[in-house]
Every structure is written in structure tokens, then in C-alpha cells.
Write a protein that binds this ligand. Sequence first.
Ligand code: SF4
Ligand code: SF4
Length: 316
Amino acid sequence: MSALGQWLRRRLAPDRPPFDDLQPTVEWQVNGLCNYDCTYCIQSRKHRVGMPDEERVARIIEGFAALPGVWEIKMSGGEPFAFHGLMKWVIPGLVERTAHRISILTNLSAPLPVLERFCALTGERLGITSASLHLEHVEPDDFIAKAAAYRDLRARHNPHSSFVVNSVLVPGRLEAQAAIKALVEAEGLRYFPQLMKIKGGVYPYDDRDVARIEALTGGNHDPNAVNRAPSYQGLHCEAGAWYFVVDQTGQAWSCRTGKRFSDADADASLGNLTDGTFARRLKGGPCPWPICPCTVPANRGVVRLPGPRPGVDDGL
Ligand code: SF4
Ligand code: SF4
């Protein structure tokens, strides 16, 4: 779309995203608490704590209810199922008080009956479930069997939702990944490798690991197939306007990198959904950051990559 077309669309339809293939999305870090303690976790132990109370959850959801149109609320943590309020307040609140699509990132440690209740409660509103395989805590065969059982529950309650198995490519432990990929795919599940992030960037893998990563991914750089946490610096991005991240307190930022560097850039903060200070940006602009750590902005059409996009529902 031309710059003039975009300008006109923003003027005439301010409640609609400026691009047809842009899926408005919130990434909500519902709680800090996690029941695992992975050595490679990007969140430090100090920050992997805390849960909101019922009133705060309700206020955050009221803020989501006021967003124009249908957004995707992608929940993560910590581990969202480790929070007792997820099934009591969060899911019922989203279903009853908003029209938004619900997605979740989980380590899949919740018992199957809880996962079944989640499927039943979210029903047709469930979008994407991203299940992360953490080999420090589970055996691959057990995880894949549970993932297959969850897939069957989903098929019963929400046949149109999608499911993907994430696996972090931990340095020095990549020998196992080819076998993991084969096991996941043999079960008919989708395998999604993620390069490991460290503070401020991607882990500097040695040459042997780089060769293994290229073999595993077939050299693919498509954000629908692998998370390489690339740089989109300078590309147009609607972060802050049609995409933002929210933490367990209701504080909002334009994107994950904006949150990380918010001390250096006050514009990255969008205020708090629970105290009346939240405000989205009117429009996006060039990405100012050297790393985009998660694939959501790329796969939802938030950052405008050159070339055609396969479709907003293919994202992770
Ligand atoms: S499951 Fe995820 S959030 Fe929890 S410790 Fe592991 S990497 Fe961190
Ligand atoms: S492209 Fe840049 S501004 Fe947009 S979400 Fe990624 S890091 Fe943030």
C-alpha cells in the first residue's frame, strides 16, 4: 500500500489496522512464576516470580476489552498454567468480557484434565498453542505423547486452532535435536526450533553448533519455520500501535525489545492498563532495535517484511 493509501486509511478507519494482513496482537506475560527452572531461561530467577490478584486481572482484561476490533491475546509467563488464577479468572474473563482470540505459550506441564478444561473453556476462541519442550525437565517421549494427547483434546473442542512444539537450541546440546525433530514430526506435530537468546542478543554459537543449526533448519530464515531473533532495524513496524506487550502488573510496552531497553527509551512505555495511563501509539514507524527476539511481530504482519506473507494464521 502506498504512503498516501496508508494515510487515508488511518484517517478514514482509525479503528482498523493499516494493513489487511496485520493481525493485532497483545503478548501478555500473565504471571512471573514458573514451575521449571531452565538453566538457559532468558528470564532471570529474580524476575521469574509473582502473580496478579483477581482485581488486577479484571482491570487488565477491561483494558483488552476496550481495544478496537478483534485482537489476539497471546499469553505467556513464567508458566501461565502455574498460576492458579489462569483458569479461575483469566480464561473466563477473556471469554466473557472480550471478543478476542486466545493463544498460549506453555511448557505443557499442566495435567491433562486441566488442559482439557482449558480447551473446553476457550472453545472456538483458541488460536495457537505453543508448547515448549524443555529437555532439562521432561523426557522427549513423555512430552510428545502428552502433546499428541493435547492435540486430540484440541481437535475435539477447537478444530481450527493450531499447535506447535518449540525447542530451544541450547549450545553444546544440539546432537539430540535432529532426533527430537524426527520424533515430533513422526507424531504429525510441528517442530519449531528457536535460537537461544542471551541478554541483548543471540548466543554466539561455535562453528560446530552453527553447522548443526543450518543442517537442522535447512538454512531456512523464514520466521514461520525458525526463530533466529533477527534484526529488522529500519523496517516499518506497527509495534506500540497494533501490537504491544503487557506484564503481570498491567504495565505495557511497544514490544519485547522496547521493554528490555525502556530505561534508555522512555517512548517504549505505553503506560499501565490498570490505572488509566495506558495509551497506544497512533501509528508505527521504523524499528529502532537491533534484535526482534520473538516471531510474533513478523508472523502477524506487525513488522513489514519485504515480499509476500503466507497468511496471518500461520504465525507462532
Ligand atoms: S519453562 Fe520457560 S519460563 Fe520456565 S524456566 Fe523454563 S524457559 Fe524459563
Ligand atoms: S521489529 Fe523492532 S519495533 Fe517491531 S517488534 Fe520487532 S524489535 Fe520491536
